[in-house]
Write a protein that binds this ligand. Structure first.
Ligand code: AHG
Ligand code: MN
Ligand code: MN
Length: 345
């Protein structure tokens, strides 16, 4: 029997289906997700031109229209600021590139969402043509009638209503969750549309890959060194029950240095990403609100897990927008094993 071909589905059609699950929805959330996808298309176009910078003018030079060529992370940040909340859906925007959160004048019934983003992740890789990304988390405003304040911004990751990332790689892909599974969409540049390519992504319980910058080993605490040593030498010290935490045996290293790219590969194949604390960065390097919490929501919704070594990343309440956390994220069994090892300290 001939199988009917799978229908093509655009991301907009997918968002509308999501909206129909919530009949009382105003459309603000759908509009916000659409604004984010549009911003990411603009960033994708610019990232693809990055190799031409030496030919058409370096950062700081004037381009052919007489405009100053911006650094890509600055450019991506401005695109997000220009595209988001054009329909009054947003009350606070937070960015890795902004020292302070941006409070947008919102009144009762409007500006229900808070968006925190890393506009360009892995930006030091851009000149080498290595994949970079964008990460975002969306929270809902808590105060209804009063003006929004810092307590609306500083919410735990478990309060996110959606989170996602875009990887600008061999193709551009948008991966997100709004609590109904993790879905991936690949950009067809000729159509300018994200098309559903990875429905209901799930990640293996344990994986064969570990991703960490091992050059920092001299600056790690002994217990981190021991965790990585056991991962590397495949010393599985835990029981073999299929639901028990395990340390997969003798994993391979893959470290790109772009969190989005390392996370994306491990999500699809199974594996763990580690950014432990070091002597000179006791809280690690990665930011809770614009990097760790959004990716933690995606990891959990795909069956994985994220920890700071002691607790679920999603349970941490930020004390400030740029708060940093150690991060262990990926296959659930592997991250639980790390948490168990570190709790023996
Ligand atoms: P960003 O480009 O947004 O500043 O993030 C860079 C981050 C992350 O993408 C990556 O995993 C990590 O920095 C790499 O750090 P190290 O060079 O210290 O390994
Ligand atoms: Mn980053
Ligand atoms: Mn960044």
């Amino acid at each position: 029997m001939i199988q009917a071909p799978k229908n093509l589905k655009t991301i907009e059609a997918h968002f509308l289906e999501l909206q129909s699950i919530h009949p009382a929805a105003s459309g603000d959330f759908t509009g916000l997700l659409s604004d984010i996808t549009f911003a990411c298309k603009v960033i994708s176009r610019e990232v693809n031109k990055a190799g031409l910078v030496d030919i058409i003018g370096a950062t700081g030079d004037e381009n052919i229209q007489g405009e100053v060529v911006q650094k890509l992370d600055e450019f991506a940040n401005n695109v997000f600021l220009k595209c988001l909340g054009t329909r009054d859906q947003v009350c606070i925007l937070g960015s890795e590139e902004l020292d302070e959160p941006l409070f947008i004048d919102a009144h009762s019934g409007s500006g229900n969402y808070i968006v925190v983003f890393d506009p360009l992740d892995g930006s030091s890789n851009i000149d080498a043509n290595v994949s970079v990304g964008t990460i975002f988390g969306i929270w809902k405003r808590k105060s209804r009638l009063n003006r929004v304040d810092l307590s609306d911004l500083l919410q735990a990751g478990c309060q996110q209503v959606a989170a996602g990332y875009v990887i600008y790689g061999s193709s551009t892909m948008f991966v997100y969750t709004a609590g109904h599974g993790v879905h991936g969409f690949t950009l067809d540049p000729s159509l300018g549309e994200f098309l559903l390519s990875h429905e209901n992504i799930t990640t293996p319980f344990t994986g064969e890959i570990y991703s960490v910058n091992e050059a920092y080993e001299p600056m790690w605490e002994p217990e981190i060194r021991e965790v990585v040593r056991q991962i590397k030498y495949g010393q599985n010290t835990t029981s073999k029950r299929s639901d028990a935490p395990t340390s997969g045996a003798g994993k391979s290293t893959r470290y790109i240095g772009s969190l989005v790219a390392d996370f994306h590969r491990n999500l699809l194949y199974g594996g763990i990403y580690l950014y432990p604390p070091t002597k000179n960065k006791p809280q690690g390097k990665l930011r809770l609100m614009c990097e760790a919490a959004p990716l933690a929501m995606i990891a959990e919704d795909a069956g994985g897990y994220a920890s700071d070594g002691k607790q679920n990343i999603l349970d941490i309440i930020p004390t400030e927008m740029h708060m940093r956390v150690p991060l262990y994220i990926g296959s659930r069994g592997d991250v639980m094993w790390i948490e168990q090892m570190l709790s023996k300290k």
